[in-house]
Design a protein around this ligand. Structure first.
Ligand SMILES: Cc1cc2nc3c(=O)[nH]c(=O)nc-3n(C[C@H](O)[C@H](O)[C@H](O)COP(=O)(O)OP(=O)(O)OC[C@H]3O[C@@H](n4cnc5c(N)ncnc54)[C@H](O)[C@@H]3O)c2cc1C
Length: 340
């Protein structure tokens, strides 16, 4: 089976290598330069360890990162790490065409039979028995294939920061009196904090200034004080209004969606990347089991992943708040912006 993987992020890189290990002809198409990535605070949940074990990358991940919690078997529940290092490890040896974008899908009747790409050498058509959309939350391939995606805006906004100063603990999280949450994770080179709050817009969230922000943050989550105290300006705060994503079905003939293109969970789960890596491993196995039949491979994949992913989607705290758990007013000392 010839496979084109649209997107060379965490999931696309892992899938391309896992397919190569199974003797499958697979290439990833990535629009960015080699080594380019979006910096972010990052922890990899245990769901992704199986894929990394098979690729021989777990020891490197442990060496680069810091353990968070424990599973019953004694392994870490998650590992906080600088995400660029993990991406670099995954990219090593992966077959990837960089600086190249997937711009269209090729079709024969109802079946997708490949992709049109635009790269440094111009436009080209690549035939494929299966196109795997690993192109992230805003997946263009998912849209072009007509795969339905349900977008659910969370009721809350989110503010986050990144700091070059690590904290003593690798992870801390607390719930506020109205059920909102505040958290921090820290890897050897830095730390990252996030909290949910009323959707009051970027200008209102930044207006009180960095000193007031840091003061309140340190009171609400003292474990994160060294990291948040290193912030210099309110411009270092990022305000967003998160949207959750789920797809009722993950494939149509010739195209399957995995990773962030298929599901995006709320910030309390910390599970998106790990579940995406587990998707990659399951799809590689499904293709190995059905080497001559992409539709059978996709149906097998969907059968395997449904019981793993649907409960995470259903139990996602971000989603449950949408479904009838009203968010009350925060206590005065927890309110941000303070006069809001
Ligand atoms: C601020 C932030 C913090 C996060 N923290 C965590 C965390 O702590 N734990 C966790 O598990 N997850 C976290 N996530 C989510 C996590 O980063 C993703 O789940 C993970 O990166 C999934 O990767 P992916 O490969 O599915 O998608 P992406 O990482 O989005 O990769 C998609 C790739 O496709 C490429 N692409 C897109 N369109 C095209 C095209 N048309 N042609 C070619 N290439 C294309 C993009 O350039 C990109 O490289 C966080 C995300 C953000 C934004």
């Amino acid at each position: 089976m010839k496979v084109v993987v649209a997107g060379g992020g965490l999931v696309g890189l892992a899938l391309t290598r896992l397919l190569a290990l199974r003797g499958v002809d697979a290439v990833a198409i990535e629009r960015m330069e080699p080594g380019a990535y979006v910096r972010r605070g990052f922890m990899l949940g245990h769901h992704g360890f199986g894929a990394l074990d098979e690729l021989g990358l777990m020891e490197g991940l442990r060496a680069r990162g810091r353990a968070i919690g424990l599973q019953p078997d004694g392994r870490e529940a998650a590992i906080a790490v600088e995400v660029g290092g993990l991406l670099g490890d995954l990219a090593e040896g992966a077959q990837v065409r960089y600086r190249t974008s997937v711009t269209d899908l090729l079709r024969h009747g109802d079946r997708v039979t490949g992709v049109r790409v635009q790269g440094p050498d111009g436009e080209e058509d690549l035939a494929a028995d299966l196109v795997v959309a690993c192109d992230g939350f805003h997946s263009g391939v998912r849209a072009m294939a007509g795969i339905t995606a349900h977008m659910a805006p969370m009721a809350e906004g989110k503010v986050e920061w990144m700091s070059p100063v690590p904290c003593p603990e690798s992870f801390a999280m607390a719930y506020l009196s109205n059920g909102a949450h505040i958290g921090m994770l820290s890897w050897p080179e830095g730390s990252f904090g996030w909290r949910t709050l009323d959707r009051s817009g970027r200008d209102a969230v930044l207006a009180p200034g960095i000193e007031a922000f840091v003061d309140q943050w340190c009171r609400l989550l003292p474990e994160s004080a060294p990291g948040v105290r290193a912030l210099q300006s309110a411009d270092e705060l990022l305000y967003t209004e998160p949207v959750l994503l789920s797809c009722p079905s993950w494939w149509v003939p010739g195209v399957v969606v995995v990773g962030d293109a298929a599901h995006f969970f709320g910030p309390e789960t910390g599970a998106s990347a790990g579940v995406g890596l587990a998707d990659a491993l399951a799809l590689a196995e499904a293709i190995r089991a059905c080497p001559d039949d992409p539709d059978a491979a996709c149906a097998t994949y969907e059968q395997w992943r449904g019981p793993a992913i649907r409960p995470v989607e259903a139990a996602d705290p971000g989603r449950r708040r949408l479904e009838g758990m009203p968010i009350g007013d925060p206590a005065p000392g927890e309110r941000w912006p303070p006069g809001h």
